[in-house]
Structure formats: C-alpha cells, structure tokens
Design a binder for this molecule. Structure first.
Ligand code: ADP
Length: 469
C-alpha cells in the first residue's frame, strides 16, 4: 500500500509522539518512585497510597467458607467462596439487579435490599435456612470512594455511577450493611471493606503466595501492593507492636502526574481531558486505561479527516460522536493481519464508524494509529509497574541457601479486559520492564491474570481481617 507524502509525514509525527522516547519512560519510572515515596510520607498526596489495613499474607493453605458481596458494578453480586487449601477453591454466585429507584432512594431501602439478597442467597445457595448454621464472615467490595479507617470501618465520601442516596454520605458503610443484616437476624458478619485492587492481589495470592501486587487494567487503572510497615512513615505505629511487618496499600496510581511533569501529553490527550467529566484528574489513567484508548484514537482520526489525510476528508456522525470507538475494537484491529487484507479493520470502519469504502491507505493508517495508542498504554503501565517492583526489590533477594533457597521471585496479579484481551499486552509490558529494570530482575517477575478479586479476593480479605483482629 502506498501512502501519500502528506500521509507519511503526518504518521511520522504521530509516531514521534506516541512511540515515546525511552528518556521519557525513564522519567515516568523515576517520577513514579518519587511520588510513591511522597504518598508513603504524607496523606493527601497525588499518588494517595491509601492503607487497606490488610496486613496478613495468604499462603494458599487457608480453608473455610466466606461470603463476598460486590456493589458498584453493573449488577450486585453475592458469592460463597469455599477455600479448600492447596490453592483450591469453589465459588457459588448469584447476581441481583439494583433498580434505579433503589440507587436514588434512602439508605435504609438500599441496605435492606442488600440484606434481603444475602438472605435469598443463603436460602438458595448455602444449603441451609438462612438463620441457622455458624456465623459467616463477608468481604464487601464497595466500589465507591470510601475514607477507610480500619479493615471494617469506612465512611462513604460521595456516590458515583448513578447512585445518589444523600443520607448515606458520611456514614460508615459497614455499619449500614451490618445493621440491615442484623434486622433480618442473619448470622453474617461484615468483616472487611475490599478495594478491587486488593481483591485482585489476594485472589492471585491464593494460587501464588509470592504475589506482592495487584493491578487493574480495565475501565480504569490502579494498583495495590504489600509495603513494609516501617516505610509507611505517615502511618501511626500502633500496628508495629503486634508484629505486623507489611500492609497492602491501594496506590490510586490513576491520579499520577496531575502536575504534568513527565507524562507525554499530546494535543489529543489534552482534548480528551478537557472534554472529560473530570478535567485535570486521573491523567495517567486517561493515557492507559480501556475507557479512554478508543477515544484517543477517535480524536486522532477526526483530526486527520480535518486535514483531508484520510477518508477523502469525510467524517460520519459516528466518528464525530465522543466515545463511539470502544477500546475492544483496538484489540480487533491490533490482531488483524496484513496478509489477510486487514478485513477486520475494514469491517470496524464500515460498520461501527459508518465510513463506507475506506481505501487501502486509510485502513493501514487506522491500524497504525490504533497500535501506537495501545502500545503507549502498555509502555506507561510498565513504567509504573517497574517503579513498584523497584520499591520491593528486597523481595527478589536470594533466599537463605540453608533452606534450599534460590533467587526470590514475585508474582503480579492483573485483572481487566485491556490486559486480558489486548493482543500481546503482557509481552509489551515485559519488554518495557526489561528496558527499565533490566533482564535479570524482570526474569524474576511473573504476571498472571487474576479475575475474581471481588469474589475470591473479597473472601480472602474477610479471612485476613479475622487474622488481624
Ligand atoms: P471493569 O474494569 O469495569 O471491571 P473490564 O475489565 O471488562 O471491566 O474493563 C472494561 C473496559 O475494557 C472498557 O473500557 C472496554 O472498552 C475495555 N475492553 C473491553 N473489551 C476489550 C478488549 N477486547 N480489548 C481491549 N479493551 C477491552
């Protein structure tokens, strides 16, 4: 396929910006280490490093029955997780819908409904009358902003995602749920509030106890990891009396570089940010996560139409409309094969973006643009993850040879459709990590898909809570 001189020049400019020079990625890696340090020292920093109060490591030998509730996704989900030891487990789950009326009513109505669903679940799934049997501990994945002050204490800061129940704001959500459960006389204790990154970490750790970190690469991006307690200098030391060595911190790394010191912003990133519902916030997330990658590509394509470089200068209502290009199509296009004629890319352009008869040159350009945006995401995510590995490099020190030791190894559990489905995302992550932290360290790091953070992970958080007490 031959591109015109103008097309080639423009693509070269895009490549210059989106391929990201290694010096910039090194700056991202360095700056993430600095920001992480600040978050350990003081509250209220850009990278917030929020304590989870989970201080216990998972061995995979844990046994027992735990409940998990997940509120804040599309459905309400309740699971019973049976831990069998040796990394084995069983999960039974039900989904319940939450009506718009409940999302905008009173807190009593919502939490009574949640308790009713627990009652229904126990009756149907736990094979027993809901009021009988020994007490079950429950982990509560509550995907809204919470100011947590203990593993089972935290006040709702504000609602998001279409929920708006004013009388719940500022209240302890564990207490609200526990009170509703008690009203129904269910023998269930709400034992822990669970952040999805922490759940991802623990779910992975049950199979691989060397897991030190959980990462989300889905709609948004974030990470949590085990930090040494003596490094969390902002934290009061009451826990260190109890032989606690580590605590999982929820980094909230999506907010990284709100000051715009190091990230490789382009005009397309600036436009996306300006037109978003949270301008100036979550700038790292806006370059990395699934919610935004398709939109960055769309912005680039619209700009090229205006320059009459593609689609003969014609757009479509679909291409003009924000967020019509789901990041899932970037995966389709990335996987599309040149020697098979790029038929899938053509299909996305014709049917999803309603751009009839794209030329061979149009299709090649679109594919290249998608790759540039997808690969930049992986490189930036890898730079952040490398900073985290550097922070816990102590875990990679060779273990005691007297105990049959060898080099230390760590596992990273990752959840989210971007990581799961974008072709070669893992390879791209590892390639960039190798550049930043070297092949020797990278070879000691394994990455694993960890899918059930809000089920298995929440159950394990409830378990960790009972060990902490
Ligand atoms: P969540 O993070 O909300 O729990 P997911 O992990 O499924 O859920 O992430 C959803 C995000 O992933 C959406 O932004 C969507 O665009 C993106 N996504 C979905 N499918 C794919 C895919 N095949 N390839 C890349 N991104 C995808």
């Amino acid at each position: 396929t031959t591109l015109s001189q103008a097309q080639r020049t423009h693509l070269a400019q895009l490549e210059e910006r989106f391929l990201v020079p290694s010096s910039t990625l090194e700056s991202v890696y360095d700056h993430m280490q600095e920001e992480l340090q600040k978050g350990l020292e003081k509250p209220g920093q850009t990278v917030a490093m929020i304590p989870s109060y989970v201080t216990h490591r998972i061995t995979g030998e844990e046994e027992g029955e735990y409940l998990a509730m997940d509120l804040g996704g599309t459905n309400l989900r309740i699971c019973k997780v049976t831990l069998l030891g040796a990394g084995k487990l069983k999960v039974a789950q039900n989904k319940y819908s939450v009506s718009d009326a409940l999302k905008t009513g009173t807190s009593k109505e919502l939490f009574d409904y949640l308790a009713e669903c627990v009652d229904d679940f126990l009756t149907e799934r736990a094979g027993r009358g809901s009021r009988g049997g020994p007490r079950l501990d429950m982990g509560f994945t509550f995907s809204f902003p919470v100011a947590q002050t203990g593993i089972d204490k935290g006040c709702l800061v504000t609602w998001t995602k279409g929920y708006d129940i004013q009388d719940a704001v500022g209240k302890d959500i564990v207490q609200l749920l526990q009170t509703a459960i008690n009203r129904k006389h269910l023998n269930v204790r709400v034992a822990a509030i669970v952040n999805d990154t922490v759940g991802t970490l623990l779910a992975c750790a049950y199979q691989a106890p060397e897991t030190f970190c959980g990462v989300i690469l889905g709609t948004g991006t974030n990470a949590a990891y085990y930090e040494r307690l003596d490094k969390i200098t902002k934290f009061d030391r009451t826990l260190s009396d109890r032989h606690v060595r580590e605590m999982i911190l929820n980094m909230e790394w999506g907010a990284f570089d709100s000051e715009r010191h190091v990230l490789p912003f382009t005009r397309y990133d600036n436009k996306l940010d300006r037109e978003s519902i949270n301008p100036g916030k979550q700038l790292f997330e806006k370059m990395v996560s699934g919610m935004y990658l398709g939109e960055i590509v769309r912005n680039i394509l619209v700009d090229m139409v205006d320059r009459r470089l593609i689609f003969s200068g014609n757009s479509s209502p679909e291409l003009n409309h924000a967020y019509t290009l789901d990041t899932a199509y970037l995966s389709t296009i990335e996987a599309d094969m040149q020697d098979l004629g790029l038929l899938d890319t053509r299909e996305v352009l014709e049917t999803i973006l309603n751009l009839p008869s794209p030329t061979a040159a149009d299709i090649v350009i679109v594919k290249r643009v998608c790759e540039l945006v997808g690969h930049r995401s992986a490189k930036l995510a890898a730079s952040a993850l490398s900073a985290l590995i550097r922070q816990r490099q102590d875990l990679l020190a060779p273990t005691d040879p007297e105990n049959g030791g060898g080099p230390g190894k760590v596992m990273v559990g990752i959840d989210g459709s971007l990581y799961e489905f974008y072709p070669n995302y893992e390879r791209l992550l590892l390639e960039q990590m190798t550049k930043l932290i070297g092949p020797d360290i990278t070879s000691l790091v394994s990455i694993k898909l960890s899918k059930d953070g809000s089920g298995v992970g929440a159950a394990l958080t409830a378990l960790a809570a009972s060990k902490t007490r």
